[in-house]
Design a protein around this ligand. Structure first.
Ligand SMILES: Cc1ncc(COP(=O)(O)O)c(C=O)c1O
Length: 425
């Protein structure tokens, strides 16, 4: 098969007729499919639902002498702090166990910067004329939504295969208005990239002009391999401390994609100094979080090995779905030269970069044929992808038979969008 860009006009027209006929046949089936959000499937949720049997009315609710059902221990049950400390490779005293969503804690961490300032701020950020924020992109749309909701000026930093382009970052942080940066360091959303050791070293050793610079280290996919074994990952807290930056970073994680999204346990990890300061602020906000759920998670998993064993079972469901997406792309799209993509071993997404200028058109064609995809542009600040190229594919939710149909629609839509563009030029 010739690449599309090498075809003559007559060949393009002939190919379009073929692709259009296939697309029309798919559309006529009136399907309703969804590859938009990284949600675990019903099968995955069923697999962990026995966590609900762990605690019963006659259970022992004591953990280290603490009755999990009562107020107290704002920072979380010691056993739960220990579990997450082992997962993140930090000390239990660096862990704060919060509610059921890490995103809410991220929002709250930034909100506190605006209302109260950071440990080392001169004044709350609400009193600053301007707050600029570094957004490696493609990135997680909800991070960008948080930044936008606070009126930050978002600055796009290109992603490389090793993480954010650090030459660009090191230049930008010389501006004192640049107060922070989003990072998803392991199986980044959406690229599925693992930041390299050198990128991590350069991030941990940054010397930003803003002394209250905040590194938001969202380790949402720390144990989320779907191909191969668990890959150990460096602890950012000690990395930052090594370079005198202990207070620069807040790390986040949750069990949203280990147990239940919206009903799991989330944490942040930070320096002792940050912990003391943040706890004082949180004390005005909440008496204690849901320690019953924390206890449920501790009893269910017991330890890090227990979590990793469960992640192997998630992988046995997710792996074939990612294989399906990647095989379809390799077979249908790769020979045409109209897109390239990462081949992740973990996380929840495949990030596809189409030839410039066809992501929105592809999305629209998918929609018209009954397939909902993440909005084109969503992976960039302000929803604006300058190349109109990046598309996030989320294969986890649909059963595999539906995924085959969805990929058929997706690949046909992309081909059609590419042919239309090339023929219009
Ligand atoms: C990078 C990243 N962070 C955070 C979240 C949400 O986490 P939580 O459910 O703990 O709020 C997601 C969900 O897709 C994500 O991809």
């Amino acid at each position: 098969m010739k690449q599309y860009t090498e075809m003559t006009k007559a060949e393009l027209l002939e190919e379009r007729e073929k692709v259009q006929a296939h697309y029309d046949a798919l559309k006529a089936q009136g399907l309703s499919l969804n590859m938009a959000r990284g949600k675990p499937s019903k099968q995955q949720l069923d697999m962990v639902s026995d966590i609900l049997d762990v605690l019963r009315p006659d259970s022992d609710f004591n953990s280290d002498g603490i009755d999990a059902r009562n107020y107290g221990n704002l920072e979380g049950l010691p056993a739960c702090r220990k579990l997450f400390a082992d997962l993140l490779g930090v000390k239990p005293e660096n862990i704060f166990v919060g509610g059921s969503a890490s995103l809410q804690m991220m929002y709250d961490t930034i909100a506190k910067c605006y209302t109260h300032g950071r440990v080392n701020s001169d004044k709350p950020w609400a009193r600053l004329d301007k707050v600029k924020w570094l957004c490696p992109a493609p990135g997680y749309d909800r991070h960008f939504t948080i930044s936008e909701s606070f009126g930050m000026e978002m600055i796009t930093v290109p992603m490389t295969s090793e993480g954010p382009d650090m030459d660009v970052v090191e230049e930008l942080i010389r501006d004192e208005d640049v107060r922070g940066m989003w990072c998803v360091p392991k199986y980044s959303n959406p690229d599925g990239i693992i930041y390299s050791a050198e990128t991590i070293r350069r991030i941990a050793s940054m010397k930003p002009a803003a002394k209250d610079f905040l590194l938001m280290w969202d380790n949402a996919y720390i144990v989320h391999e779907f191909f191969g074994d668990y890959v150990p990952f460096p602890d950012i807290l000690s990395e930052c401390a090594k370079y005198g930056n202990a207070d620069m970073v807040f790390e986040f994680a949750s069990t949203s994609k280990i147990t239940f999204p919206g009903a799991g346990v989330s944490v942040f990890a930070c320096s002792e100094h940050n912990m003391e300061y943040t706890k004082k602020l949180l004390n005005a906000q909440v008496i204690s979080y849901d320690k019953v759920n924390q206890l449920r998670h501790v009893r269910y998993f017991k330890d890090k090995d227990g979590v990793l064993a469960k992640m192997k079972l998630h992988a046995s469901i997710l792996g074939p779905k990612f294989r399906c997406v990647l095989d379809n792309l390799d077979r249908e799209i790769a020979p045409l030269g109209i897109a390239h993509w990462e081949k992740p071993n973990g996380g929840y997404f495949v990030s596809v970069n189409t030839m410039p200028g066809i992501a929105r058109a592809t999305w629209q064609l998918c929609k018209e044929a009954g397939l909902t995809m993440t909005g084109a542009g969503a992976t960039f600040p302000y929803g604006k992808d300058p190349q109109d190229s990046n598309m996030r594919v989320a294969p986890s939710l649909p059963p595999i038979e539906q995924l085959e149909q969805a990929m058929d629609i997706y690949c046909s839509s992309m081909k059609l969008a590419a042919l239309n563009k090339l023929l219009a030029e």
